[in-house]
Design a protein around this ligand. Structure first.
Ligand SMILES: Cc1cc2nc3c(=O)[nH]c(=O)nc-3n(C[C@H](O)[C@H](O)[C@H](O)COP(=O)(O)OP(=O)(O)OC[C@H]3O[C@@H](n4cnc5c(N)ncnc54)[C@H](O)[C@@H]3O)c2cc1C
Length: 295
């Protein structure tokens, strides 16, 4: 068992932090893939930390812990497990985090989560939490040694009535003890810059880490993003069904996005890699050639 470094401390050292996100695989083949990818990434990307998601509907409690352990103890990463309020009472949540603390973890991404499949509205557990700010408040009192991240939405959370209300809610998470914000993915930096400005005007001062995913197809991107910039739509149209051209379009767009974000002064970049290393490696190679993320 190895101890982890706190992400809040990494963010305070004045140079951008690189992180990647994994999801817990469902089967043995997926298990082999994540370990292979993690080992490869450790050598090539050398991220400052990695995160591992918590399954939709709260379904992967054991699998998240299992792979968080592998990423920390076998691969040597600083790891941030995600945790949602879905289907858990306060006591169950406390038990999960006590388990993490006992194993040397000290970072968490604290989320409300989405309603389980088949439900439209989020129904909190009767003895649980209705919103992420309640989870953050509970955990920061009970586990003050943990460094906690929360989710932010440059294109506004789908359930929020408007951007200002969404940011007011985001501030409650920060006021409850979150050390940083990681955003939902986006392809239009203008949305992120506006989001940061709105956060700062609302008094949110913690680091805001943009979450990015090299685009693989317009359909996939639209599951998370309301709009794609016209220029990106055009590049995807030109790439058509050619896998090599699509891949190059995805890497080139993210490369441009990240350069602009780093020049803007973001505290870090979080990559949604979908348990695969190829595009992320090409992307970071290009950024290192430009002088970013060098040791
Ligand atoms: C970086 C990142 C990582 C993620 N990882 C996971 C994961 O591992 N597993 C998973 O299942 N999902 C994950 N998600 C998705 C996330 O669970 C969903 O987007 C979910 O719908 C909202 O979670 P939240 O923590 O942002 O919720 P909240 O911050 O609670 O917000 C949910 C909605 O309620 C509103 N709201 C917040 N507080 C209040 C209040 N006090 N009163 C009224 N309205 C309020 C907000 O404006 C928003 O519309 C992730 C998202 C991001 C951006």
């Amino acid at each position: 068992m190895s101890e982890n470094k706190r992400i809040a401390d990494m963010l305070g050292r004045g140079k951008p932090v690189l992180s990647v996100e994994f999801f817990p695989p469902k089967d043995e083949a997926g298990g082999e893939l994540i370990v292979r990818t993690a080992m490869e990434i450790r050598e090539s990307l050398r991220p400052d930390f990695v995160s591992i998601t918590y399954g939709a509907g709260g379904t992967t409690r054991e699998r998240t812990l299992r792979y968080a352990r592998i990423l920390k103890d076998d691969c040597g990463f600083a790891v941030m497990p995600h945790l949602t309020c879905v289907g858990s009472s306060r006591d169950e949540i406390a038990e999960i985090v006590e388990g993490y603390a006992a194993e040397g973890f000290c970072n968490l991404m604290a989320l409300r989560g989405d309603p389980p499949k088949g439900q439209t509205d989020f129904q909190p557990h009767p003895e649980g939490f209705a919103y992420a700010n309640e989870l953050v408040g509970f955990l920061s009192k009970r586990f003050p040694g943990f460094s906690m991240g929360v989710a932010g939405y440059p294109e506004v959370h789908p359930e929020a009535t408007d951007a200002a209300t969404d940011i007011r809610h985001l501030k409650t998470k920060v006021d409850a003890g979150a050390a940083f914000i990681t955003t939902q993915l986006f392809y239009d930096n203008a949305a992120f810059f506006q989001f940061v400005e709105n956060c700062r005007s609302a008094g949110i001062q913690v680091p805001i880490i943009p979450g990015l995913m090299p685009i693989r197809s317009a359909d996939q991107a639209r599951r998370f993003c309301k709009t794609l910039p016209e220029e990106l739509e055009e590049a995807l149209r030109i790439a058509g069904d050619d896998p090599a051209a699509l891949r190059e379009t995805g890497v080139a767009w993210s490369h441009r996005q990240i350069r602009e974000l780093l020049d803007f002064g973001v505290a870090g970049v979080h990559l949604y890699i979908m348990n695969r290393s190829g595009m992320a490696r090409d992307l970071i190679d290009r950024l290192r050639q430009d002088g970013y993320f060098t040791a």
